[in-house]
Structure formats: C-alpha cells, structure tokens
Design a binder for this molecule. Sequence first.
Ligand code: SF4
Ligand code: SF4
Length: 181
Amino acid sequence: MATSDARFKADCASCCALCCVAPAFDANQGFGYDKAAHIPCTNLLDTDRCAIHENLAKCGFVGCMIYDCHGAGQWVTQVLFKGASWRDSPQTAQAMFAAFARQTVLHELMVLLATALQYSADPIQMQLLNVKLQEIQLLALPDSKTIEVSAVEGVRQGTMLLLKSLQQTSSFTELKSRYPA
Ligand code: SF4
Ligand code: SF4
C-alpha cells in the first residue's frame, strides 16, 4: 500500500499475536494446515512469537509472510484493550477476537482511502474521501469497541461504492488493479 502512515503498519511486538489465533485459515491458502478460528496456531509460542518465523516458506506458511493486518493487531491490543491478551481469560479472548475481526476490516478500508487520497488531485473527490475516512476513524476509536458487525459491513460497502465510483472518473491505478470493474 502506498500510505506511509505508521498507524497502518503492523507492529507485532506490541500485539498479542492476534492473527495467529483469531482467524481460521487453511492449507489451501498457504497456511500449512487447516486451523479453526479462535484456536492458537500450533507454531505459536507462549511468548506470542512464531516458532518457525525463519522458515515460514519452507514449512508451507507463505500466507503468514504476506498477511498484513494494517496495524489492527496493535490497535486492538494496546488501544482498545490497554495491553491485555487473549490469554487473560475466555471473556477477554472472545472480546478481542471480535474486535480484531472488525478492526482488520476498518484498517484495510482506511488504508484504501488514504491511498486513494494520495492519487487524487480533485478537491471534491478529496473531500468525499476525507469524509469517509473520518467516519471510519470514529468507528475505530475505543468507545466504539463494541461496534456492531453490521455497522462495519455497512461502512465497508459504502467505501467500496465510493472508491469504485471514483475509479470511473480518475486514474487510481493502484485501486483499479486491486478492484477491477
Ligand atoms: S495481528 Fe498484526 S500486529 Fe498482531 S502479530 Fe499479526 S501481523 Fe503482527
Ligand atoms: S506459522 Fe507462525 S506466523 Fe503463521 S500463524 Fe502460526 S505462529 Fe503465526
């Protein structure tokens, strides 16, 4: 992604390895084996580090090498849950996993909008993009920790519609390649 905003860069040292536990993954997606959601990967150490970090490709985990949470992991761990861990209690784990699922969507949308802003020189387009970006930033704040999944899906659909409409009137090359008509 073109944006250089540090908020959107994964900071794994400030995260409790949420991506290694919360999502389901399967071998067909380049994750070595089939894992159910909310179950720690068998390669995850008690220190929240990966036992095969230096050998991910050789071990069939290419998916881990290309996965990007766009900063959602440390946002959930440090900002929303004040340094807690899914290891603390089943209740905390459920809440963190749900928040992570929502925040990964919000962070990806913010990255897309920030990238689109970099490609836009049209004031009206920039205003539309900024309004949508601010809307999502509000949803990502701590007091929105329990935001409904339907609200996230609504904002996702709205963002994609906006981006696609702008693609038809501009040269968002990167976005076009990612979301072909
Ligand atoms: S969720 Fe993001 S920050 Fe956390 S370990 Fe995974 S990639 Fe790193
Ligand atoms: S292989 Fe390593 S990086 Fe990939 S999910 Fe498992 S613990 Fe995480």
